[in-house]
Design a protein around this ligand. Sequence first.
Ligand code: SF4
Length: 310
Amino acid sequence: MSSIIGPDRIGIEIKLTSRCNLHCLHCVNRDGGPDGRDLDHDLFIRRLREWEVSGEGMRWPIREVRMTGGEPLLNLPGLAAVGFACLEMGIPSGINTNGSLLTESTAGLLREAGIRVVKISLDTLNPCRIREIRGENASLDAVLKGIGIAVRSGFEVIVRFTLTSLNREELVPCYEYAVEAGAARFQVKPLIQAGRAKEIGIRLTPCDFREAVEDLGNRLVPGSVVPEILCSIPRPIPGLAFKACGSIDKLYISSGGEVFTCNFLESTPLGSMQSDSLAELFEIRAARAGKRRLGGHLVLEGCPEYHGRA
Ligand code: SF4
């Protein structure tokens, strides 16, 4: 098994909390509600400093630290602490959020903490459907307001659309909205069969997914954002960018400190932040994370998206 991670820059995704203000019907982590646990962010920062002083940065350079959840804005102390530590060490950082809790003052704090990227989920422009997808507490106005604040605050804003049978006809309108709002990037992700998504039957067939993406390719806004189609084997559709696997060079740390390759893979942990240094975890990942070629593209073994595909 050849080593996946050489001097390539590694992305680290950390789950700052499993608490969430929404309750998405396709949540991979089955999160939702006020009860949950927060990451021991002090330990994570200690692991980062350990990596920095160990000189392992040459062998294992870190591309970015991305903070996610649950809803990371529910753990502002952890978010700020990790952001400032990354800033100090020159490591780019960002957050993945549902956007509904983003205010001008929070955006100010994120900027101060050196956060550069804000990825916001937008799956519909229909105020009723957003409650169907993201739970009774979801407000479309709050999410759209969050996107506006993020753009005005100068973050690199990524709008992420999870494509299902519930919102297939909204792909193009959401893309157009993201372009209009000034988003820097627009991503489309299929509904990966993991977590709650396994039980709800709203996944598009590969054929319907391809048609929806082709339709998007035919309705692009000239000279603007190139939509990125994630977790999808590249297709010759002009104007679209594909990424077969976004976790091929990533490490995912759960709020409990367990470490995986990808959040969507239901696999045994590679290790834990409590017992292993980051350099050790990178080594373990390089040695143990299975990968394979699909249509000439590297994907992770065990990914539900490519299950049964040769
Ligand atoms: S492992 Fe699968 S779900 Fe995870 S990023 Fe790769 S393709 Fe997507």
